[in-house]
Design a protein around this ligand. Structure first.
Ligand SMILES: [Zn+2]
Ligand SMILES: [Zn+2]
Length: 331
């Protein structure tokens, strides 16, 4: 069982989950996410799998912090694993656009369900990909955490968006997107509903953010056409990433949504990619300056990386025929 401990210096919660130490690199009996494991249906497209080593669980005591310096409380919440595809060896960039749409629909359905849970304050959809990130399972998957509190970075962003809204009457994200489109140098890829760019203020090498063109708070507010376009742009950006250096890009993919409770009209849904490969041979580590000072040192220039990503062909690595990248149905 895990618990939350209060960090009084940073005023944030730390999840203490000692049982996660026992997490296997890859279980000897085989991958539990593969059909035939007995843990998943024999035939699935996408599948919501309960985390075997949950940081948050509905079985934990409730989140009800008491005052005090050395305080702890229950880590009650939810953690799901989102299995993207039954094929163990498929990279996320190799999922077809149609298949990414199934992932988007699963994220949306689960977001709606978790937002209705009284305990859940924030639905955090994300993916870690690549051994360099520390991923223990190569099978293509992402995760969803149902937080019993608003995590600090979400809270900080909300504060900035709320202040901008109050001061200018406009959405912070709509203003950023407008500025990026007007400038054009940092745009990477776009379609009718979404726009992907390396932000002027990028912290990670080749960081990309994807914003919906229409002001929208959460996945659950998208139209059919928008869900379709989100899947298409995620697919396109993933292919470009994997082709940037000709290797599967180790990265984190983060979906930023408005909190599960309350009205947040100033918030604007978006996707953030944090790739950690800063060149074909070098990784970006969070070292003293980032971990100790909280200031990112990015030794790549946004305009330069955006141009490279724009010019990189969107094709999958294992697909010798080039541009298709939509052939996962026969894998
Ligand atoms: Zn597998
Ligand atoms: Zn907006």
């Amino acid at each position: 069982m895990s618990e939350l401990r209060w960090h009084p210096l940073l005023r944030e919660w730390v999840v203490v989950a000692a049982h996660r130490q026992d997490r296997p690199q890859m279980p000897a009996e085989g991958c539990p996410f593969c059909p035939g494991s007995g843990r998943v249906p024999e035939d699935y497209d996408v599948y919501l799998y309960p985390n075997d080593f949950p940081a948050f669980s509905l079985d934990n005591p409730p989140f009800s912090p008491e005052p005090g310096l050395f305080r702890s409380t229950g880590a009650r919440g939810l953690t799901d694993v989102v299995l993207y595809h039954p094929n163990h060896n498929l990279a996320p960039s190799e999922l077809s656009r149609e298949h990414w749409r199934k992932v988007v629909d699963l994220w949306t359905r689960r977001t709606r369900e978790l937002q209705q849970q009284p305990e859940i304050q924030y639905v955090f959809v994300f993916e870690n990909t690549g051994a360099a990130i520390g991923v223990t399972m190569p099978h293509p998957h992402g995760q969803i955490y149902g937080f019993p509190f608003l995590p600090p970075l979400a809270e900080r962003e909300l504060g900035a968006a709320r202040e901008h809204w109050q001061q200018t009457g406009r959405c912070l994200y709509c203003d950023i997107l407008g500025g990026e489109i007007a400038d054009g140098r940092r745009l990477v890829a776009a379609n009718a509903s979404f726009c992907g760019f390396v932000p002027f203020f990028a912290r990670w090498p080749a960081e990309v953010q994807i914003y919906p063109r229409r002001h929208t708070e959460a996945l659950t507010r998208f139209s059919e056409a928008e869900a379709e376009d989100l899947a298409a742009l995620i697919k396109l950006v993933r292919m470009k990433y994997d082709n940037l250096y000709g290797l599967p890009m180790p990265l984190m993919m983060i979906l930023r949504q408005s909190p599960a409770k309350g009205e947040h009209p100033y918030f604007h849904f978006h996707v953030e990619f944090y790739p950690i490969q800063r060149s074909a041979a070098k990784l970006k580590y969070l070292a003293g300056i980032e971990s100790g000072a909280g200031t990112f040192l990015n030794d790549t220039v946004a305009e330069e990386r955006a141009r490279e990503l724009r010019e990189t062909e969107p094709r999958t690595l294992t697909d010798g025929s080039g541009l298709s990248g939509t052939a996962d149905e026969n894998r």
